[in-house]
Design a protein around this ligand. Structure first.
Ligand SMILES: C[S@@+](CC[C@H](N)C(=O)[O-])C[C@H]1O[C@@H](n2cnc3c(N)ncnc32)[C@H](O)[C@@H]1O
Length: 200
């Protein structure tokens, strides 16, 4: 399969002007979903690094940032350098191959704004479980299941098509049977939630 064909549908990186307006406090979001010093993490499908830099700050660089697109990884790396945050490990590859890509087990896997597009969600969650430490957390940040025309940013409807969006209950139905328990559901205004699943 060519790399372009491996991209999950409807997961292109949004334009930075409205994306940054929507996410004024990524470090606050990460703290609210449980990231704290001493943990290790993967920023799965990291894009241009919206969450990678603050993760690296919080976890003192003990972060693996994975994306299929080398241009995104380059932007994420530049962003870290620009802010002077501790450097982390950047890995180009398909998220589905995480068991081969990540050399260790980690405490946290975060997938933000991407899970809705994953075609084989159960398989991805199973792989995440293998890469997580005992009691590790799989964290999914998603757009709420609202009609797209209602999720406006800078005056335009934004985000994935309405029919692709998942409610917290939809996500729970996929993740829990693999061997996780939903332990926290965090509201991320105006349009997102963070679902925290503990490996059980
Ligand atoms: C919508 S962006 C989200 C980026 C970041 N998580 C955020 O919230 O700002 C989705 C990212 O997933 C990446 N991606 C899509 N399919 C992938 C795959 N199969 N493996 C790894 N990365 C993938 C894309 O290249 C893109 O950078």
């Amino acid at each position: 399969m060519r790399d372009q064909e491996k991209l999950f549908p409807a997961t292109a990186m949004p334009d930075s002007n409205w994306w940054q307006a929507l996410w004024p406090d990524p470090i606050g979001v990460l703290k609210n979903v449980g990231l704290k010093e001493g943990l290790t993490a993967i920023d799965l499908c990291c894009g241009d690094g919206l969450f990678t830099t603050p993760m690296s700050v919080l976890l003192d660089g003990k972060v693996y940032a994975v994306d299929l697109d080398p241009d995104m990884l380059a932007l994420a790396e530049q962003a870290i350098k620009k802010t002077g945050a501790p450097s982390c490990t950047f890995i180009e590859g398909d998220a589905r191959d995480m068991t081969q890509l990540i050399p260790v087990q980690v405490d946290i896997i975060l997938i933000a704004n991407t899970f809705h597009g994953v075609p084989e969600q159960t398989e991805l969650v199973r792989n995440a479980s293998e890469v997580l430490n005992r009691n590790g957390n799989f964290i999914i940040i998603n757009w709420h299941k609202l009609p797209r025309e209602k999720t406006t940013v800078l005056g335009e409807p934004r985000g994935p098509r309405t029919e692709l969006r998942m409610s917290p209950e939809d996500v729970r139905t996929v993740v829990e049977p693999v061997g996780f328990q939903l332990t926290d559901l965090v509201e991320i205004p105006p349009y997102h939630y963070g679902a925290v699943f503990k490996k059980s």
